[in-house]
Design a binder for this molecule. Structure first.
Ligand code: FMN
Length: 146
């Protein structure tokens, strides 16, 4: 199953700021040994539990330097087009592309503006990959290439 690739974890409660920023995130508790990518912002394909639907997400991995949360490395998942509390669910993620590294912004406005453009870029990449699976993408290989 394609969802066995990638990494995942259980959704736990975060600091609750996501709602203020306009991007409520699911915080993942990741088991040791899960292949979590290096710190940064990623566009991902996402699966919830054993549900068959593939969803899209924009995720942030690292501490939140803008808020001075150092030594608190987290995987935060903003799920596109989902109006549902995922607390307690197990989710799996597969990276589509790395968008950028973690940044310490000097204002909340900058963080919000950058996150908005990350989500726009993430949606575009996921939509493009869905239409044109590239040969280097696992789903492209299964089909014998694009
Ligand atoms: N926090 C940063 O300090 N720097 C970043 O570059 C950064 N990029 C983010 C990108 C995305 C797509 C998302 C969803 C979050 C990002 N964050 C970044 C994390 C936010 O600071 C975080 O979601 C916010 O503090 C809410 O956390 P909470 O839900 O645990 O309260």
């Amino acid at each position: 199953d394609e969802r066995e690739r990638g990494f995942g974890g259980r959704v736990v409660h975060g600091h609750g700021r996501g709602r203020i920023l306009g991007f409520p995130t699911a915080n993942l508790a990741v088991e040791p040994g899960e292949p979590v990518p290096e710190d940064g912002v990623y566009a991902c394909r996402l699966w919830i539990g054993t549900e068959p639907e593939q969803l899209g997400a924009t995720i942030s991995i690292g501490d939140n330097p803008t808020f001075g949360d150092v030594h608190d490395r987290r995987v935060e998942v903003y799920v596109h087009d989902l109006d549902r509390d995922l607390y307690g669910s197990d989710i799996r993620l597969e990276v589509a592309v790395r968008l950028r590294g973690m940044v310490r912004f000097t204002s909340l406005e900058e963080l919000i503006r950058q996150t908005e453009s990350d989500v726009v870029a993430s949606r575009a990449v996921l939509a493009a990959q869905a239409r044109h699976p590239l040969p280097w993408h696992p789903s492209g290989l299964e089909d014998g290439g694009a």
